[in-house]
Each structure stands twice: as structure tokens, then as C-alpha cells.
Design a binder for this molecule. Structure first.
Ligand code: SF4
Ligand code: SF4
Length: 397
């Protein structure tokens, strides 16, 4: 396997004072082959026929539908349809060039742009322009941070050779645009179910379309831009640095707008932009007293204890003080139930409709000394029980 020499790199950065990231000297950049999905291909500890069936099940007629609530043929029919566009774009160069775009590799589905960069009056004007375009394209959340090599993978994974390959994001692209697309609230309420996997599929498909459109727009302006979804770099620390939210106990990003119900994408670019400031609205302090996700996680993959530097396995980032999910336990649960899970999203008190004023008030007070009361209110008035799939189908929208 290709292991590039470890570059001398500063593990701590000034931005950590704003994000609260605590990165130690023994920090190591992540190798993509250690992602649990990659390990399910090469690591005998994770690889199994059931895991292969889990991935095959995203295509009819391999879905292994059953009579259980939320796992019927119509539930899988919708879930697999929501993944379809993402899968088509993911596979455009899979056989020919060993690229699984959006998951293992950056996207390449771009047309040629303009040869010279458009002359904006200033970075502020360029940023306003970008935000206006992104809004019209449909981006729900957009933040901008500086390129930070700590969160870019050290190596990528080759599906065909099952070996490492170099990361192909140029290091001279100074900015990262992070976008977030919400997952459907009602679908998420039906988790665990194959039906709820539609919220994940739709999140990715919307992400893919919006990422590619914004990236093409930037290239059409004459700047360089590389679109990336789950591949090549860790989206969550970049999203935090781009001011989109904070990280919760369940290791997911929690945003002010959609709580943890979100899928992320990023664009690496040299378009001149103004970076955003990280935000803090009390998530860490709230998670310190709340354990709804750890209590609800069926395989007990989410820690009950304080943040730690000790990883569970190679699938976790080394050298960052944080709550770390046990990826093996989580993935085995997904494989066992034959669909992805987001129970930790469904039960999280920040999983609310923040268009409603009383939920915005709850969020504000949850960031104050009243957080214990806000947790009690959540437990009392938001039991966060699973909704049945037939009920979801019967709902008139
Ligand atoms: S996705 Fe499900 S199994 Fe995985 S950590 Fe969340 S609740 Fe646990
Ligand atoms: S469920 Fe509670 S502890 Fe878990 S991430 Fe949400 S707020 Fe934090």
C-alpha cells in the first residue's frame, strides 16, 4: 500500500480557539481505507456476505424486503429510488477509471469553464455573488472556511486494487465552501426502517445536484473548483470551521437551522472569498448533560462518557479530543437490519422544526443555564418515538 511520508504539520491551528477543537501532537491525518465502508471491502473483520448484501440491497430486486413495518417492497422501492441519481453519477467512471465519485473520489462530471477568472471588485462582492447563486440553485446552508490539510485524507482508497491512492485535491486551493442539505423530518421519524433511508438518499441526491451546479458555476466564472461529498476529506470539522454548527455527542454536526438532520458536501476552490466565523450556541454544554442518543442507540455505539482521545479502532480519527462513535458496532447494526440507521438523529433534542418560534426559543434557552429545564421539556413533550411507516404512507402532504 502507498504510504506517503508523514509531513511535518502543525497539529494545532489558531482557528481551534474558535471551534474548540483540541488537537494533540500525536494527531494523524485519516487514511480513507480505514473508513468503515472501505473496510467492508478489504478488512476480514468487517467484510462479510451480509455486508455485501446490504450494499446490493440498494438495487431492486436485491432489496430483501420483508413484512416488518418500514421494510416492505414499497419502502425499499422509495429508498432505492432516492439513491438512484446519486448512484448514476457515482458510477460514471467506476469501471473505466476506478472512481466512485462522491463516496471514494471527488466528482469529475464538469464541463470546461471560462479561461480567465471573472474580475470581481472584491472578495466581499464575490462572496455575495456566490451566496446569491447558491441560494437560487437551492443550497440550504452554505459556509466558507480556509483549506485545512488536517481534515483532508492522507490517502484515498482504490476500490479496484483495494490499495491506497493519492488524494487529487490541489493543495493550492485556499478555500472550502461547505454546503448542507436537510434530511426530511417526517421520513426520519420512521427510523429504524428502510423507508427512513429515503431521507438519507434524498439528502445525498440533493447534495450531489447542488454541489455539481455550484461547482460548474464557479468554473464558468473562470476559477478552479473541485466538488466533493463523502470522499477525500472530513466534512464535519470543515463545516464547523465554516460556521455551520457544532459537533454533538453522536459525532454529527448540529446546525442552528436543521439540528443534526443534514447531509454535507464541500467545494475546494480558488475563487476569492470571505471566510465565515465558527459559531457556538451551547451544543457541547447541552450534550454534557444529555445522553438521549447514547441511550437510544441499539448497539451502544455512542459514548456515555466525557470526550476522549482514545479511538475505538482505525476507523476513528487519532489525536482529537472528542466524542467518538464505535463505527464497527454502528455498521454491524445497519447490516443486521438491512438499512442505514439514524435513530441518533431522530431522538436528538436538536432535531426540531426551527421554522416554529417555540423551537427557536427552546434552542436559545438550551444554550443557557436553563439547559437542564430544556432537556426536561424535551423529554416530557417530545417523546421522539418512532412513527410507523404505514402512517407515513397514509399522510396527505
Ligand atoms: S446510526 Fe444508529 S447504530 Fe449508528 S450510532 Fe446512530 S443510533 Fe447508533
Ligand atoms: S441526543 Fe443529546 S447528547 Fe446526543 S447529540 Fe443530541 S443533544 Fe447531544
Amino acid at each position: 500500500m502507498l504510504h506517503p511520508p508523514r509531513k511535518k504539520m502543525k497539529s494545532k491551528r489558531p482557528i481551534d480557539a474558535k471551534t474548540g477543537f483540541d488537537v494533540s501532537e500525536d494527531f494523524e491525518r485519516f487514511d480513507q481505507r480505514n473508513e468503515i465502508y472501505c473496510r467492508s471491502e478489504w478488512d476480514p473483520e468487517i467484510k462479510s456476505e451480509k455486508a455485501a448484501e446490504f450494499f446490493r440491497g440498494h438495487y431492486m430486486p436485491h432489496a430483501r424486503a420483508r413484512k416488518a413495518d418500514g421494510f416492505s417492497q414499497r419502502d425499499y422501492a422509495l429508498r432505492n429510488a432516492t439513491w438512484h441519481v446519486t448512484n448514476v453519477l457515482r458510477d460514471v467512471r467506476r469501471e473505466s477509471d476506478d472512481r466512485k465519485e462522491g463516496f471514494f473520489d471527488t466528482f469529475t462530471s464538469h464541463a470546461e469553464g471560462w479561461p480567465e477568472p471573472y474580475a470581481f471588485d472584491s472578495a466581499e462582492a464575490a462572496t455575495r455573488n456566490l451566496r446569491r447563486a447558491a441560494k437560487s440553485i437551492g443550497a440550504s446552508l452554505l459556509g466558507i472556511c480556509e483549506y485545512d490539510e488536517r481534515w483532508v485524507y492522507r490517502t484515498r482508497y482504490s476500490e479496484q486494487t483495494q490499495k491506497d491512492k493519492p488524494v487529487d485535491i490541489p493543495e493550492d486551493l485556499p478555500y472550502v465552501i461547505v454546503i448542507g442539505e436537510p434530511m426530511d423530518f417526517d421520513l426520519t421519524e420512521t427510523v429504524p426502517s428502510a423507508l427512513s433511508g429515503s431521507a438519507t438518499g434524498l439528502g445525498y441526491t440533493n447534495d450531489t445536484v447542488i454541489l455539481l451546479t455550484i461547482t460548474q458555476y464557479i468554473r464558468n466564472l473562470g476559477y478552479r473548483a473541485v466538488a466533493s461529498m463523502n470522499d477525500s476529506a472530513l466534512a464535519i470539522p470543515l463545516a464547523v470551521q465554516a460556521g455551520l454548527g457544532e459537533v454533538g455527542r453522536h459525532s454529527l454536526l448540529i446546525t442552528r437551522e436543521y439540528g443534526p438532520r443534514l447531509r454535507l458536501g464541500k467545494i475546494f476552490t480558488d475563487m476569492p472569498l470571505v471566510i465565515d466565523e465558527p459559531i457556538r450556541f451551547g451544543v457541547k454544554e447541552f450534550c454534557d448533560i444529555c445522553q438521549r442518543c447514547s441511550a437510544a442507540c441499539p448497539p451502544k455505539a455512542i459514548p456515555h462518557k466525557a470526550p476522549s482521545r482514545v479511538p475505538h479502532s482505525v476507523s476513528n480519527l487519532k489525536g482529537v479530543l472528542k466524542w467518538t462513535t464505535n463505527a464497527e458496532k454502528c455498521f454491524r447494526f445497519w447490516v443486521g437490519q438491512n438499512s442505514d440507521c439514524s435513530i441518533c438523529i431522530r431522538v436528538c433534542p436538536y432535531n426540531r422544526d426551527f421554522r416554529k418560534w417555540y423551537n427557536r426559543l427552546w434552542r436559545r434557552l438550551a444554550g443557557t443555564r436553563l439547559r437542564k429545564l430544556m432537556l426536561l421539556i424535551d423529554k416530557t413533550f417530545q417523546p421522539r418515538e418512532r412513527a410507523s411507516a404505514p402512517q407515513w404512507w397514509a399522510k396527505q402532504r
